[in-house]
Design a protein around this ligand. Structure first.
Ligand code: AKB
Length: 337
């Protein structure tokens, strides 16, 4: 008998850390895949860890033979700044990798007769606002507005949302199999801030980098203008949102992709809050034109009414609470240990 499990790709990354911890605390058996072995504290929380690529067909075959995957959290991706340096690799990982995983989900669903819930973290990078003026004037953006991504990563995310929709609604349904085998659900994350991990290769990274540098007593040069505004979310809310979307009753979902947000702040507001929490912090500005251009095309805030209505998304942390009750105490303990 194959064991029913949740399967996480890119499990060793920032979101994976939080998600493995939360799922294992809930008693969910988790199987992971990452290019690197998991950190020791995570490895003890999973039933099986595979080390390898999402583009390794033989590895996915082994997984199919051994596990009944009921939920897939497909986190593996190259983030936005890194994808601009290596766009073809980004396409291979972000698009071809996702296609492989959707095909894997289809075959899992066919083998155990139930649709596999495929949770896909998309991003505010799927949006492309034409100018900073428009960005600041429109404020909260709805899911179907301004979906004109400017980066390779944003294009990959927007297209994979469509691929997921295709697998969930149309794939093979004209031929042999009329029942959808993939239950695809996407959420568009804002910038994420974790107290225990530092992101790599993203463009919203200035916020977490500023906080972690201050906690480590290191100087930090913020690469965007002080007035640059983005939506953000604390990592515990991100992992909770992934699970809530995975567990939502199918009939309640009115969309394929949902915005989720928690608080929208400018770089300067974040700097001032970090400075108040860590009075020794040395934060200055040194603008990187390319990264600024990317952030200027992302929305200042998102309208997440649909997520709140359909699957009761409700972030626990607003800006003040995120700093007061999560970031400052947790980061303090993290670096002390
Ligand atoms: C990035 O900056 O690339 C990510 C994202 C917003 O998807 N953090």
């Amino acid at each position: 008998m194959r064991k029913p499990v949740a399967f996480i790709t890119g499990a060793g990354g920032e979101i994976g850390h939080a998600l493995i911890t939360r799922l294992s605390e809930n008693g969910t058996p988790v199987v992971t895949l990452d290019l690197q072995p998991l950190a020791a504290d995570l490895a003890t929380r999973v039933v099986r860890e595979f080390t390898g690529s999402i583009n390794d067909g033989a590895l996915l075959e082994r997984l199919l033979a051994q596990y009944e995957v009921v939920h897939i959290y497909h986190l593996a991706a190259l983030l936005s700044t890194r994808s601009e340096f290596t766009p073809l690799t980004a396409h291979q990982v972000n698009v071809e990798g996702t296609l492989n995983l959707l095909e894997f989900a289809q075959r899992e669903g066919e083998s155990h007769g139930q649709p596999v819930v495929f949770v896909y973290p998309s991003s505010i990078a799927a949006y492309g606002l034409p100018s900073v003026d428009v960005k600041m004037r429109v404020g909260r953006v709805k899911e179907d507005e301004y979906v004109h991504p400017t980066t390779m990563y944003g294009c990959n995310k927007a297209y994979c949302e469509e691929l997921g929709r295709y697998y969930a609604r149309h794939y093979k349904q004209l031929s042999v199999d009329t029942i959808p085998r993939v239950d695809f659900r996407a959420l568009r994350f804002p910038g994420l801030i974790s107290a225990t991990t530092v992101p790599a290769g993203g463009t919203s990274d200035y916020a977490p980098e500023m906080i972690h540098a201050a906690a480590r007593r290191q100087p930090y040069e913020c690469f965007v203008r002080p007035d640059t505004t983005l939506p953000f979310m604390a990592m515990p809310d991100a992992s909770a949102a992934l699970i809530a979307l995975a567990e939502a009753p199918r009939e309640k979902l009115t969309r394929t992709s949902y915005n989720v947000g928690a608080f929208s702040r400018s770089a300067e507001e974040i700097r001032q809050t970090v400075q108040a929490a860590f009075p020794d912090a040395r934060i200055s500005y040194r603008i990187d034109g390319k990264r600024q251009g990317i952030i200027d095309s992302w929305p200042a805030d998102v309208d997440d009414t649909a997520a709140r209505a359909d699957w009761r998304f409700a972030p626990a942390y607003d800006f003040d609470r995120a700093f007061r009750e999560y970031l400052i105490p947790t980061i303090g303990r993290f670096y002390a240990s």
